[in-house]
Design a protein around this ligand. Structure first.
Ligand SMILES: Nc1nc2c(c(=O)[nH]1)N[C@H]1C(S)=C(S)[C@@H](COP(=O)(O)O)O[C@H]1N2
Ligand SMILES: [Mo]
Length: 321
């Protein structure tokens, strides 16, 4: 078996193993060395692997690089994965435009690197770190999650990222911290929506309780479909919170701030009668403009019933007792 030592946490296509690696749960939990040991030939790239080196610069701004990450078998979804073409061509990203099938085009010139992440507020040590330095410290894995937008469409995506719990531990919040606030970029020169839709409270901002952020499902995402995140899906770093409506899953994150009071959020600040802080998926609680009992699987004819907590009840119901 050929084991390659890559130079960054993601690697150029020509050096990558071609397929995702699938492991059973026991081998997954045993981690990277097990993956190498079972001879599947997958390259598992985690912060613990010690394979830290220079990040290979993409040739074009929007070039995507391959990432090999083992799929976590715990998270099984009962519908097929959405076509990559659909999930990357039908987007909500108001920084660029409100027209979903034009986001990818308008985001083409956006520059997701270099990119600094700031960590501030109630933490032992406020700091700034380059996004790729951060990713190299975190254990990457693939998780297939459902994504449910409050507009009643849904997609199923193989995300690649690291548990937000690991990130929060690394940030070392003080005991007073109760919430984590996240803020996106503000770059009107590169993002047309920020130039024309000036009534929104830019930059986009969201927040979670610390209990939510450290729930095992909360994922900070750096890739999808075996590659780095395309701009339109939130490069270089986004959140994915599968049991909440999609607007909680903030894209293009630049800052994490730990607070003791509940932070304001972008959609709640914009239309408070329609969007609340918690925003858990609930088929029994209609939105003023959209009944929530069903959802359309984008890219298919399928309309399926919506489930409480988007089907993730067993992981998160205890948070809301
Ligand atoms: N910064 C930012 N993050 C955002 C949004 C946005 O407009 N700006 N839209 C949200 C909404 S409403 C949804 S449904 C998802 C869409 O993610 P996707 O385009 O990758 O499917 O991103 C969320 N995160
Ligand atoms: Mo959404």
């Amino acid at each position: 078996m050929l084991i390659k030592i890559p130079r960054g946490w993601h690697i150029p296509e020509r050096e990558a193993t071609p397929e995702h690696v699938y492991l059973n749960r026991r081998k997954f939990l045993a981690g990277a060395s097990a993956a190498a040991g079972v001879g599947i030939g997958g390259l598992v790239f985690s912060g613990e692997g010690g394979l830290l080196a220079a990040f290979p610069a993409p040739k074009r701004k929007s070039e995507l690089l391959r990432i090999s990450a083992v799929r976590n078998p715990e998270y099984v979804v009962d519908h097929p994965i959405t076509a990559e073409r659909v999930a990357t061509r039908f987007n909500n990203y108001y920084e660029f435009t409100e027209i979903k099938d034009r986001v990818w085009k308008l985001a083409e010139e956006f520059e997701p690197r270099p990119w600094e992440i700031e960590i501030k507020g109630l933490v032992e040590k406020p700091r700034k770190i380059d996004v790729d330095d951060l990713v190299r410290r975190m254990p990457l894995e693939e998780r297939v999650y459902r994504h449910r937008c409050v507009e009643t469409w849904a997609i199923i995506v193989p995300w690649i990222g690291f548990p937000m719990k690991k990130f929060v531990e690394w940030c070392a919040p003080k005991s007073k911290a109760r919430y984590v606030r996240m803020v996106s970029f503000y770059r009107p020169a590169q993002a047309e929506g920020q130039r024309v839709a000036t009534s929104y409270p830019w930059p986009y901002h969201e927040a979670l309780t610390l209990a939510e952020a450290t729930n095992e499902l909360a994922l900070l995402v750096v890739g999808m479909y075996g590659k780095t995140l395309p701009n339109q899906n939130g490069a270089p770093l986004r959140l994915h919170i599968p049991w909440k409506y999609g607007f909680k899953s903030i894209k293009g994150i630049t800052r994490f701030e730990f607070t003791d009071e509940q932070p304001p959020t972008f959609w709640n600040a914009t239309i408070p009668t329609e969007y609340d802080f918690v925003a858990n998926v609930d088929p029994a609680k209609p939105h003023p403009r959209w009944p929530q009992a069903h959802e359309q699987l984008v890219g298919t004819e399928g309309v399926v019933p919506t489930r409480l907590y988007n089907g993730y009840e067993k992981y998160v119901a205890s948070l809301y007792k």
